[in-house]
Design a protein around this ligand. Sequence first.
Ligand code: SAH
Length: 272
Amino acid sequence: MMALSRTFDRPMTLSLPRIGVMAAMPEELQALLEAMPNQQPVQRAGRVFWLGQWHGHEVVAVLSRIGKVAAATTTTILLTEFGVGEVWFTGVAGGLGERVRVGDVVVASALVQHDMDASPLFPRFELPGSGVSHLPVCPDRVARVADVVRWALSPKQLALGGALTDVHLAELGLPAVPEVHTGLILSGDQFIGSAQASGALRDALPEAMAVEMEGAAVAQVCHDFDVPCTVLRTISDRADDDAHLDFPRFIESVASRYALAMVSALLAARQG
Ligand code: SAH
C-alpha cells in the first residue's frame, strides 16, 4: 500500500491537481489516447488507467464502463489510488430538453439519479441519508467549461483541428453548429429508448436536459471526496423510439471527435 501511494504521488513541481478523464465509450478513449503523449498503462480492478501528461497537466485517462456502479468504482480508484484532484467525464446521452438536439452538447450544472426511489421512507430521487437529490456543480466551473466547449466546437476550431473534415454532418442529420447547453443531467441503470420512458422522466423532472447512465454516480463519489467534477455529454439520441441515427457510427464519427476537441481545449485552458 505504501509502495502504491509512493508510485502515484504527484511530483511537487506541478501546481494543479492531477486530473482524471473518464470516457464511457472505447472509441472516445481511443481518440484521447491517440492524442495524449507518453502514456503508461496501470491495471487496477480489471481496468487500464493510462497515466500521461498533456498540455502541461498530469492526466489519468480511463474507460468507465457502462452504468452507475462501474462509474463509481472507476471514480473511487482514480481518487484513492491515483491521487486525482479533479474528474472529467465525457460520453454520450439521450436528449430530454425540448431544444436539445442530436449532436448538441450538455454540460451538467447538476445531476440526479433518476432511478433512486426509497419512497415513502425518503422523497423520490433523494439519496438516503444525505438529504439531497440534486448534486450541483459549481456554477463558475459550469460557465467556464461551457465557454471553452463552445469555442472548441465552433466550425472554425473543428476545421482547424481537422476534427470533422470527413464527416457528413448533414448526412447524419446533425446541426452544423452544435449548441452547448448547461443544465440538469439524469443518470440511471437503464437505457431510455422509448417515448413513454423519456416522457415519464420529463414529467417527473421537467428541467432535465439529458439522460445517461453514469454521471450522477461520478458526481456522488466526487462530492463525498470533496473533489470537483465536470460531466460533458454529446447527445447521441432523443431517448425515444424514433432513433434515426446509427449509434456506432455516431460514436465513431462525431462523439469521439467532439470528446477529443473538448478535452484537449479544456486542458489547454485549465487554470484550476
Ligand atoms: N449501444 C451501445 C450501448 C450504449 S448504452 C453499445 O453497443 O455499446 C448507452 C451509453 O450511452 C451509456 O454509457 C449511457 O450513459 C449513454 N446513453 C446514450 N443514450 C442514452 C439513453 N437514451 N439512455 C441512457 N443512456 C444513454
